[in-house]
Design a protein around this ligand. Sequence first.
Ligand code: HSE
Length: 437
Amino acid sequence: MAVENASGRALRVGIAGLGTVGVGVVRLLEENRDILLQHCPWPIEVTAVSARDRRKNRDVDLSKYDWVDDPVALASHPKVDVVVEVIGGSSGPAKLLIEKAIANKRHVVTANKALLAEHGTVLARSAEKAGLALAYEAAVAGGIPIIKSMREGLAANRIEHVYGILNGTCNYILTQMRETGREFADVLAEAQKLGYAEADPSFDVDGIDAAHKLSILTSVAFGVAVNFDGVRISGIRNVSAADIAYADELGYRIKLLGIGRKSPHGIEQRVHACMVPAASTIAKVDGVYNAVVTNGNFVGENMAIGRGAGRGPTASAIVADLMDIARGRILPAFSAPAETLEPARQAPVGLHAGSYYLRLMVVDKPGVIADIAGVMRDESVSMEAMIQRARSPGEAVPIVLTTHETTEAAIGRVVARLANVNSILEPAHVLPIETLS
Ligand code: HSE
């Protein structure tokens, strides 16, 4: 049944931000107008737009739309029912625009993961109180409809874990490193030249972007308040070509994963590079692709793979949200009503149980293995496999080992004690091994 919207004729959209994504939304609404009309009771029309530079050539005709210099003015524009916020940033105009839009009874569609990670619960409460949509499919894994999937298709399940490849830049860099044997810095520089990585890549390569997305997924999966500060974050800067080669040899691939998981000690949220079995499906998700895996107690495991960024995928997600609003389908932003979202009990990091990979650069001389084994014995960490390549005595040589299941705290103690062993030349290179079954 068609539900009449505020205008009674069309869903009128104001777009704040006319970069790659904003222009993508304009184009999709134009090019796929017939498809949208097939599916939606009301047309979706852009009526007003705002961006920093009016004169910039954007290869799209914007002359039919009202131009607004101040994006925040879209929140009170008389011809706007829904504000699409694609400015970005967790504060400043993006936040002000969304707060004002909700106060002025406008629906909001945003791709802003940083803002939702930091203020999502509060914004969702205001939107829900006002009966408005705060929709953000584009914020998590771009074109993959994972929020809709979790909030609707999987909603009847108790979710045990949600994890995935949530950053295409990192996945591209790790894939290139594996395929070419080159080091991180080299591949990053090339990715920047090709436009696959930002000039300032830190949000991506340090894991922050993935952590923003993970904190949102965790909230939807487990019915808890968004808690970005509770995510333990590390990125991929320290992954070396040597670790990638050893991963291959041991039957693993290295991926940057975001992992939200219920453990007996509370909820774990982690973003880090880790080894995953080479035979697993997620190990084969390469290049700029994203993937999200959920496990529900009745449905079992589900995996979605797709493009996590870019004009087309992001516009696709934004317009799907607009279509929901046009159809009158307005669900609580994080699935459970925002009023009920409480902070989660966080699992202490040290209690995380799992296996680990360690690479130690040592001086090849008698007793080194005994020293390492002694430290591991003292900390009750059991070795699973070990690789040492022969070299001339006295030279630096890598010793690679994997452990049986232990705790993060025990590995931390092992690493700290190994740092005091004279024949070990540099801090241990450590990667968790994730089997996630
Ligand atoms: N920069 C992100 C990525 C996309 O590389 O996946 C936007 O979050």
